[in-house]
Design a protein. Structure first.
Length: 80
């Protein structure tokens, strides 16, 4: 499923699209023909930022001193 999405700062900005005080999420199911070109421009600018961006992986498998000591003890117990 290649659904374009983006994250907007502030619920009030989303609410202004639907003429309410605020909104938490929007889903566009139909787009008028006169708005299609502008919507395609938005999708074109948003897709590389969110849909095609590489995911950030935190960490890297580096354990702290306590975890390393615990794993060392566990390995020694398994060897016995």
């Amino acid at each position: 499923m290649d659904v374009p999405f983006c994250i907007i700062k502030g619920k009030a900005r989303l609410g202004s699209v639907v003429h309410k005080k605020n909104a938490t999420a929007l889903a566009f199911t139909q787009i008028n023909n006169e708005d299609k070109r502008e919507f395609d421009k938005i999708v074109e600018s948003v897709r590389p930022m969110y849909n095609e961006a590489t995911r950030i992986s935190w960490g890297g498998g580096i354990m702290g001193a306590k975890s390393t000591a615990m794993m060392k003890k566990r390995l020694q117990r398994m060897k016995k």
